[in-house]
Design a protein around this ligand. Structure first.
Ligand SMILES: [Zn+2]
Length: 215
C-alpha cells in the first residue's frame, strides 16, 4: 500500500501528477478541490457554503476540509493506497494525518509565484461538459470553443486577479508551515514543477524509488 500527499500551489500540476501516479499504482486520487467543486456543481448544502467562500477569494475553512477528507477516506475504497492533494492545511492536521494514515511520502511541487500567475490566468473550463483547457499548454482548436462538445469556454469563477492574490497569500501563510513540519520529519520530496508534466512525473518517481512512467 502506498499513501502520498501532493502539495503545491494552485497551478503547480497537483491534479495531473496525482492522476499519473494513481493510474499506474491503482491508487485512489483524492483532490480536495475536486470534491468541493463536485458539491458546488451538485448544489449540495456544503456546495453553497463553499461557493460563498470562493467568491470572497478565500480558502475554505480548515475544519470543513478536515471533515470532508475524513468522510472521503472513511469510504475505505483505497485497497492499494491513495494520493491526496489539498490536504493537510495546517500543522495540527498534518501531525494527525501522519499518525493516522502512515503516509509514505509528501511530494512538494515547487512553482514560483510568477509562474502560478501565468498558468492560472490561462485556464479555461468548458461550460457544457467541464473539460479543462489551458491557453498555454492545452489550447482548444477554435478559440473559446470546446473541442469535444463545442460548448463555450469560460474562466473558472475563482480565477480572478483578486482571488488569486488572496489565495497565494493564504497559501504561503498556511502551507509553508505544514511543509516545514513535514520536512522536519524528512518526508518531503521537492520537485521543480516548471518542466513538462512527464519530466516532473519521472523526477517524482526517482525520488520515491518508483518505476519510471511508461508511455
Ligand atoms: Zn465541452
Amino acid at each position: 500500500m502506498r499513501k502520498y500527499v501532493i502539495m503545491g500551489v494552485q497551478g503547480s500540476g497537483k491534479g495531473t501528477q496525482g492522476l499519473m501516479l494513481a493510474r499506474d499504482f491503482d491508487l485512489v486520487q483524492i483532490s480536495v478541490g475536486d470534491v468541493f467543486r463536485w458539491h458546488v456543481q451538485n448544489h449540495t448544502k456544503l456546495g453553497a457554503q463553499v461557493r460563498r467562500i470562493m467568491r470572497a477569494g478565500a480558502l475554505v475553512d480548515d475544519d470543513l476540509v478536515d471533515a470532508v477528507v475524513r468522510r472521503r477516506l472513511d469510504e475505505h475504497d483505497w485497497n492499494y493506497g491513495f494520493v491526496i492533494d489539498g490536504f493537510p492545511r495546517n500543522p495540527v492536521q498534518a501531525e494527525f494525518f501522519l499518525e493516522s494514515y502512515d503516509i509514505d511520502g509528501v511530494i512538494h511541487l515547487d512553482l514560483p509565484d510568477e509562474e502560478v500567475w501565468r498558468r492560472v490566468l490561462a485556464r479555461r473550463l468548458c461550460s457544457r461538459c467541464g473539460m479543462d483547457y489551458n491557453l498555454i499548454a492545452h489550447r482548444p482548436k477554435d478559440e473559446g470553443r470546446c473541442d469535444v462538445c463545442g460548448g463555450e469556454l469560460l474562466s473558472r469563477e475563482d480565477d480572478t486577479t483578486d482571488a488569486l492574490t488572496a489565495r497565494l497569500r493564504e497559501y504561503h501563510g498556511k502551507i509553508d508551515p505544514v511543509l516545514e513540519l513535514f520536512r522536519g520529519k524528512e518526508f518531503v520530496v521537492t520537485v521543480d514543477a516548471r518542466p513538462d508534466k512527464m519530466t516532473v512525473q519521472q523526477e517524482i518517481r526517482k525520488h520515491l524509488d518508483l518505476a519510471p512512467y511508461q508511455l
